[in-house]
Design a protein around this ligand. Structure first.
Ligand code: PLP
Length: 405
């Protein structure tokens, strides 16, 4: 095997041998600590994406690293045919922290979504009297719930669907933020509604105040499950443990993932507050890696660190400060600035010709950001960002927008 370590050669290897399903910025990272990452040339950047919120606890958190290495040296995988000494503790920690009654452990976020769709259908046949194979699930336009075939079946993004059909039936799409449209779509065959409390990939779209409460009311009145995908919004990102807390509602099923693995390991889960998960019987659903002891040990520590190091409160305080700093900078070419906690987005005027050249310039001043939907730049740094780092971020960001807008 030849070793090529310079950035240009490594990028060429990716292009030569990899599936080209991403268009990454040309920065080759090799080290991370807290909010900072370093490239092969030793340049340092503030990570403003946090691996789409999978690294809320910051890169290479020492306590999570230690939990990982200790558990990896003891026992990593048994399959669910046998029990392991970490799973029950993981269930207990997660259920108590989130006020849930049952937990289904999976690995990726998409698997948690798929699992919830299956559970919602089974629940509807057993408990709502929906005729078999007729269950419908209501979803929102511009959703992002992952990349499997069933999930892209109800995506409204053309790139996600084009030439991937035929698609899974049984979904109805309504506009996000419109409770009346949701109400009109509910039928005797509706099993569940599935939505993000704040649409992340769509560009940090925050629904009108009262929307989640209205959806909760509709679901209760019509005996329909409310399923919230908190894979991105959950675990502190919006300044609350779960984003549903902003409206004081509780979903029937809540999906979490990403930061549940602390950036070290893929861990996701379906949380349930009612009989939904109770409908599953042995053999009806499973995952070879779901609930493995390494995942459980990592996730328990990832949760403990979030709470004990007050990362959720920090996201609230520093996020509010960052949004305020960006707003008071009064930047040219900015059409909208929005956010909750450390989940922020800057929407540029389309006349500026797209966000990509801005994120490239931001990289050159030490900020790694992601453009989304052409005109929007997301800012979602790890939740350990300090006030001083937030000020630096706002300054650097402002200087680039001023120079290019
Ligand atoms: C990232 C994400 C998913 C999918 O998670 P994967 O781990 O990439 O499968 C699902 N829903 C939301 C809201 C997400 O942000």
């Amino acid at each position: 095997m030849r070793e090529a370590l310079d950035p240009g050669s490594l990028i060429a290897l990716e292009d030569r041998y990899g599936a080209r399903n991403y268009a990454p910025l040309d920065v080759v990272l090799c080290r991370g600590e807290g909010v900072w990452v370093w490239d092969l040339d030793g340049r340092c950047y503030l990570d403003c994406l946090s691996a789409y919120s999978a690294v809320n606890q910051g890169h290479c958190h020492p306590r999570i690293l230690s939990a990982l290495t200790q558990q990896a040296a003891r026992l990593t995988l048994t399959g669910r045919a046998f029990r392991n000494d970490q799973l029950g503790l993981f269930y207990q920690d997660l259920a108590e922290l989130t006020g849930s009654t049952r937990v289904l452990p999976m690995n990726s976020g998409a698997e948690a979504v798929e699992s919830a769709l299956k559970v919602a259908r089974k629940w509807a046949y057993r408990h709502r009297g929906v005729p078999e194979n007729q269950a419908e699930i209501i979803v929102c336009a511009d959703n992002f719930h992952g990349r499997t075939l069933s999930i892209v079946s109800f995506s409204t993004d053309d790139d996600s669907r084009h030439e991937f059909g035929p698609f899974t039936p049984g979904f109805r799409v309504v506009p996000f933020g419109d409770a009346a449209a949701m109400e009109a779509a509910i039928s005797p065959n509706t099993a569940a509604v599935l939505l993000e409390p704040i649409q992340g990939e769509a560009g940090v779209i925050i629904p009108p105040d009262g929307y989640l409460r209205a959806v909760r009311r509709l679901c209760t009145q019509n005996n329909v499950l409310m399923v919230l995908d908190e894979i991105q919004t959950g675990l502190g990102r919006t300044g609350r443990l779960l984003a549903e807390e902003h409206e004081g509602v509780e979903a029937d099923m809540t999906l979490i993932g990403k930061a549940l693995g602390g950036g070290f390991y893929p861990v996701s889960a379906v949380l349930s507050n009612n009989e939904a998960l109770g409908t599953l019987r042995p053999g009806e659903h499973g995952s070879t890696f779901g609930g493995n002891p390494l995942a459980c040990a990592v996730a328990r520590t990832a949760l403990r660190v979030l709470v004990e190091e007050d990362m959720i409160g920090n996201a609230d305080r520093v996020g509010t400060h960052l949004l305020q700093a960006l707003r008071s900078a009064d930047l040219p070419g900015v059409r909208d600035l929005r956010g909750r906690g450390l989940m922020l987005a800057v929407e540029l005027d389309p006349a500026l010709g797209g966000a990509r050249r801005f994120v490239e310039a931001l990289r050159d001043v030490g900020l790694l950001c992601k453009d989304t939907h052409h005109h929007t730049i997301r800012l979602s740094p790890p939740l350990v960002l300090t006030m001083a780092e937030a000020d630096w971020l706002a300054d650097q960001f402002g200087s680039v927008i001023r120079a290019l807008a």
